[in-house]
Design a protein around this ligand. Structure first.
Ligand SMILES: Nc1ncnc2c1ncn2[C@@H]1O[C@H](COP(=O)(O)OP(=O)(O)O)[C@@H](O)[C@H]1O
Ligand SMILES: Cc1cn([C@H]2C[C@H](O)[C@@H](COP(=O)(O)OP(=O)(O)O)O2)c(=O)[nH]c1=O
Length: 199
């Protein structure tokens, strides 16, 4: 039997990295493959450079998407074909939500354009957990963790948040929302309950 693909999504500062680290140490998830986008391979490193510079938005989009292709062929596809469940900290919807903003001056419906580029080769997640937090609160949290990237700005994150709302409305069958303004133990409990009852 094939494994399931579960993705964690949310704006910067919503707590994805913190939750992922806790899930990795959770006894009931010890057989799960944990992964992330951007990845840690050389394309992921190129993506990190793009994020930290004034790179052309289309070039940046294709770096993220190239990283996604490599991620699917080397990590996601082999794992699920082997019956392993996979949890990815960010995935396809991050591109729709973030590049849906950065490409908004280039395309009339940038989310649709991003989805079209992924058509036919990506693997759609079975379940996507959206860590829901007010952008203002998330920015405050990002401020506490040091240097900020070009994406960690209030107006930008509000638009990313709005794009996630559209994605959830368009894909209600796979999205589940968790309130990530709660204390971390509560967020962890909600996320673990959702995942363990699914897999
Ligand atoms: N539930 C929570 N309550 C309080 N602080 C949190 C919570 N979740 C995360 N944080 C803090 O908020 C900041 C951003 O969290 P992080 O996990 O890095 O978010 P993300 O990976 O989504 O950008 C970190 O400093 C983290 O310690
Ligand atoms: C995967 C992905 C991330 N991003 C953005 C989200 C983050 O601002 C940044 C780096 O992702 P990440 O390292 O997950 O940042 P954080 O832990 O703060 O959430 O790249 C995109 O714009 N498009 C994408 O496809």
């Amino acid at each position: 039997m094939k494994g399931k693909l579960i993705t964690l999504e949310g704006i910067d500062g919503s707590g994805k990295s913190t939750i992922t680290e806790r899930l990795m140490n959770h006894p009931s998830l010890s057989n799960v493959v944990f992964t992330r986008e951007p990845t840690k391979n050389w394309i992921g490193k190129a993506v990190e450079q793009a994020i930290r510079s004034d790179t052309d938005q289309i070039a940046e989009f294709f770096l993220f998407t190239s990283d996604h292709a490599e991620h699917i062929s080397k990590t996601i596809y082999p794992a699920i074909e082997n019956g392993k469940n996979v949890i990815s900290d960010r995935y396809l919807d991050s591109r729709c939500a973030y590049q849906g903003v950065t490409l908004s001056e280039k395309f009339e419906d940038p989310i649709k354009w991003v989805q079209k580029i992924h058509d036919g080769w990506t693997i759609i997640p079975d379940l996507t957990i959206f860590l829901d937090i007010d952008p203002e609160f998330a920015i405050e949290r990002c401020g506490n963790r040091g240097e900020q990237t070009k994406f960690e700005k209030m107006e930008f994150l509000q638009q990313v948040y709005d794009n996630y709302q559209r994605l959830m409305k368009d894909n209600p069958e796979r999205f589940v929302v968790v309130d990530s303004s709660q204390p971390i133990e509560e967020v962890e409990k909600d996320v673990v309950d959702i995942i363990t009852s699914y897999i």
